[in-house]
Design a protein around this ligand. Structure first.
Ligand code: AMP
Ligand code: TRP
Length: 344
């Protein structure tokens, strides 16, 4: 692996309702990694259209995710923020990967099964091959590290399988063209911290999701302080006071979830949160959680709203990011074409 420059890539879909799970599981990690790595953060609009989107809403959701990146503290002058469709090499490499990836591999993807639901015959082909495009997103930059929430782990593993198979299938031309033993790195998922899987506030067995029909299941980044307070006060819990250690959270998914959210927002661990709230009832804990959430999320929501009032500024950042991303992507795609045997 050491032959590869360390580089971070991650993507967020512009599908509306950006929520606390996206923020704690992904976006805050993106911000932290900026000090250590060269980072590319992508608004994956090609992924969004795997399910139907209204064009005007899609455009506005692309700007919303970009605004969230900026408001959370990602610096577009030091790193790259862009939208996927402005770098055509993503789709180009995805085609090559469609021919490397195997039906058997995609058939195991749990996210497809969940999203396609019972009416699988009617799901788009894009929804099915979505993980191949995701592998292309990462590997078109030869990214080595991919910060994501727990739900994306299987997709990153697939990206590793694709990278490995490409390296093996084309080992001979890779060697002959002077790329050494492997052309693509095997990207590593970075799934860290106390909130890699934030659960629905209404049902501790389901993850917090943009598409949950109940708005009370999630805290959106643009929710007002009053709405945040209402949602947390109504969040499902059990009747017991908080335990003294994390062992006591076993089998108490709702309590576990809220303690995890508290820990992530206060940048500490669940153990430390329980040291403080050992024996407290939920009304006390929820009041503290409301204050903390409002304190951390409201300024981000306010900044997002402000940024979204100037769409031209956002679009200029995306264009600039795409140009810089393309410099890397073009180069990698050119090598892929040479390795595969295309004339150019
Ligand atoms: P998506 O909205 O599906 O594009 O997800 C964007 C990022 O947020 C991905 O890294 C996801 O793994 C992460 N994510 C989405 N939902 C959650 C959740 N409930 N808890 C933690 N991370 C999440
Ligand atoms: N599939 C990811 C999600 O739904 C989004 C995504 C697309 C992504 N391409 C990516 C994440 C590449 C990491 C790396 O959350």
């Amino acid at each position: 692996m050491s032959q590869f420059k360390q580089r971070v890539f991650s993507g967020v879909q512009p599908t509306g309702n950006l929520h606390l799970g996206n923020y704690l599981g992904a976006i805050t990690r993106f911000v932290e990694l900026q000090n250590q790595y060269e980072c590319l953060y992508c608004v994956v609009d090609l992924h969004a259209i795997t399910v139907p989107q209204k064009p005007d809403e899609l455009r506005s959701n692309i700007r919303e995710v970009t605004a969230a990146f900026l408001a959370a503290g990602i610096d577009p002058s030091q790193h790259i923020i862009f939208n996927q469709s402005q770098v055509p090499e993503h789709a180009e490499l995805a085609w090559v990967f469609n021919c490397v990836s195997r039906l058997g591999w995609l058939n195991r993807m749990t996210q497809f099964k969940e999203k396609a639901g019972k009416d699988r015959e009617n799901a788009s082909i894009g929804l099915y091959t979505y993980p191949n495009l995701m592998a292309a997103d990462i590997l078109i930059y030869k990214a080595t590290h991919v910060p994501v929430g727990e739900d994306q782990k299987q997709h990153i593993e697939l990206a590793r399988d694709i990278a490995q198979k490409f390296n093996k299938d084309y080992a001979e031309t890779i060697g002959m063209s002077g790329f050494g033993e492997a052309f693509f790195p095997l990207p590593e998922p970075l799934i860290q911290g106390p909130a890699t899987r934030v659960m629905s506030l209404r049902d501790g067995s389901k993850k917090m999701s943009k598409s949950d029909p109940s708005d009370y299941s999630r805290i959106s980044l643009t929710d007002t302080a009053e709405v945040i307070a209402q949602k947390i006060k109504k969040a499902k819990t059990d009747a017991e006071p908080l335990p003294s250690s994390i062992d006591g959270l076993v089998g108490r998914t709702e309590a576990d979830n809220l303690v995890g959210v508290f820990a992530a927002l206060s940048e500490t661990t669940k153990e430390k949160v329980l040291e403080e709230f050992n024996g407290a009832n939920f009304s006390t804990f929820k009041s503290a959680l409301v204050d903390l959430t409002v304190d951390k999320i409201s300024p981000i929501g306010a900044e997002m709203r402000k940024l979204q009032q100037d769409p031209q500024h956002i679009d200029a950042i995306l264009r600039d990011g795409a140009e810089r991303a393309r410099l890397i992507a073009r180069d990698v795609m050119k090598s892929v074409k040479e390795i595969v045997g295309f004339i150019q």
